[in-house]
Design a protein around this ligand. Structure first.
Ligand SMILES: Nc1ncnc2c1ncn2[C@@H]1O[C@H](COP(=O)(O)OP(=O)(O)OP(=O)(O)O)[C@@H](O)[C@H]1O
Length: 254
């Protein structure tokens, strides 16, 4: 297992925000995390990224305890795209993406053509070619989101943690981001609000009240009954005539 959480928890002033999470993610897998507002998705992602220390349990990456891992090694293994990642610095898009290479640079291994190639590929993968010289401050919300993703890709991590990455993105870029994440040879954990998008993940975990209440194949986990009990809405299943696949439509619980 590339990423393993055991009895993972985080409490603040005695209030449990995430508790008892057991999770094992295998190499190359794309795991979707869904749950209502405040159910603990972002907190769990921060615990898995090592930027929040657990108050219970542990996280291991490739069998090594995350808390004992040097920062540089964590940064080589894990890239985290936060929900509200902002920078006020007046840097260019290229500078921002190049920052993703930082964990790999050493005095003996300074910037090389290979780093240029990786940065160019990350810009291409996120459809941000041509924006290299633009100042970060002039970008739209969706363009900023794509630059953040490009920086995460330039990091060439083993594990990609994406907290609501489709936020701000138009529908074409939402679909291409999800397709990219699914096809990348990295392990990805993606917090999503769109349950139809979650259906395309390899597995889905459902958080409710800080607990992982279900984990498994999307169709087994995202049932009409569970959607009703966890999200408080009524779901109906429709069939897309284009390809016969099933999708959800949601209604307020009467
Ligand atoms: N530092 C903190 N102090 C107090 N409460 C916190 C803190 N961090 C998170 N919380 C609370 O923990 C709960 C879970 O927050 P979290 O951001 O993990 O939820 P989420 O599932 O990502 O929500 P959303 O879908 O709205 O982004 C929320 O009720 C939040 O207010």
């Amino acid at each position: 297992m590339i990423l393993e959480a055991r009895n993972l928890g985080w409490s603040v002033r005695g209030r449990p925000i995430v508790s008892g999470v057991d999770l094992a993610v295998s190499e190359g897998e794309t795991l979707g995390l869904v749950g209502p507002n405040g159910s603990g998705k972002s907190t769990l992602m921060k615990l898995l990224a090592g930027i929040r220390e657990p108050t219970a349990g542990s996280v291991a990456v490739a069998g090594k305890a995350l808390v004992a891992m040097p920062r540089r090694e964590v940064a080589r293994r894990i890239a985290f795209l936060e929900q509200q990642s902002e920078t006020t610095e007046a840097i260019t898009v290229k500078d921002a993406v190049e920052l993703g290479r930082t964990p790999w640079l050493t005095p003996l291994q300074p910037w090389s053509q290979e780093d240029d190639r990786i940065v160019a590929q990350a810009l291409a993968d996120t459809d941000m070619r041509g924006f290299e010289r633009r100042s970060w401050t002039t970008l739209s919300g969706g363009e900023r989101q794509r630059v953040h993703l490009a920086r995460a890709l330039a990091q060439q991590p083993q594990i990609l943690l994406l907290d609501e990455p489709t936020n701000h993105l138009d529908i074409q870029h939402q679909l291409s981001l999800l397709h990219l994440v699914a096809t990348l040879p990295v392990t990805s954990i993606v917090a999503l609000h769109d349950l139809n998008q979650a259906l395309s993940c390899d597995r889905v975990g459902v958080l409710s009240g800080g607990r992982l209440v279900a984990l498994g194949a999307p169709r087994e986990v995202l049932t009409v009954g569970r959607i009703g009990s966890v999200f408080g809405v009524r779901a109906s299943v429709l069939v897309d005539p284009a390809d016969g696949s099933q999708i959800f439509r949601f209604h307020p619980a009467s």
